[in-house]
Design a protein around this ligand. Structure first.
Ligand code: SF4
Ligand code: SF4
Length: 165
């Protein structure tokens, strides 16, 4: 009999504990994202559409080493490398990525490419509105991901035509 009473009391305590959480949450202010009427909010470390970075001179940080492509578990990064020349310098290294595509129909936003990059050229931005009925539009090209040259950037070498796009 004593064990039955303690069991009932134990269950009642558990229910009371659960209801305490319920009532506490009912009284708390409602946090509702108003997206798309208001911009979505992200944690700083959110992994969205990639951004290809430039250095302080405006040159592309990517030196076409292919380490990001090698680290990608779904092989969704496609790169074509080209040599920098005296008249066409795009990056600070010997080579630059003439073509740099990421296929977002396959990317799982794991961040391995960002981890693998030795020059911090590829990073995650906060872009996320990439849904499409046409998967061909999910292949993002370098020109879509490359940061624009800022007014603060001071190119130390002449940039080839089109480098700012
Ligand atoms: S985030 Fe992951 S899946 Fe996407 S491109 Fe980078 S390594 Fe590949
Ligand atoms: S983004 Fe980084 S890892 Fe990928 S090819 Fe360019 S420099 Fe190498």
């Amino acid at each position: 009999m004593a064990s039955k009473i303690s069991e009932v009391l134990g269950n009642a305590a558990a229910i009371a504990k659960g209801l305490t959480v319920t009532f506490k949450e009912m009284m708390a202010p409602t946090i509702t994202e108003d997206y798309p009427a208001a911009p979505a909010k992200f944690q700083e470390r959110f992994r969205g559409v990639h951004v290809l970075q430039r250095d302080e001179s405006g040159l592309e940080k990517c030196v076409a080493c292919f380490l990001c492509a090698a680290a990608c578990p779904v092989q969704c990064i496609y790169i074509e490398a080209a040599e920098n020349t005296a008249t066409k310098r795009m990056s600070g290294g010997e080579r630059f990525a003439e073509v740099y595509n990421i296929d977002y129909s396959r990317c799982i936003f794991c961040g391995f490419c960002v981890e693998a990059c030795p020059t911090d050229a590829v990073t995650h931005g906060h872009g996320f509105e990439i849904a499409s009925y046409n998967t061909s539009t999910l292949i993002y090209r370098k020109e879509q991901m490359l940061t624009q040259i800022t007014a603060a950037a001071k190119p130390v070498v002449p940039l080839a035509e089109g480098a700012g796009h």
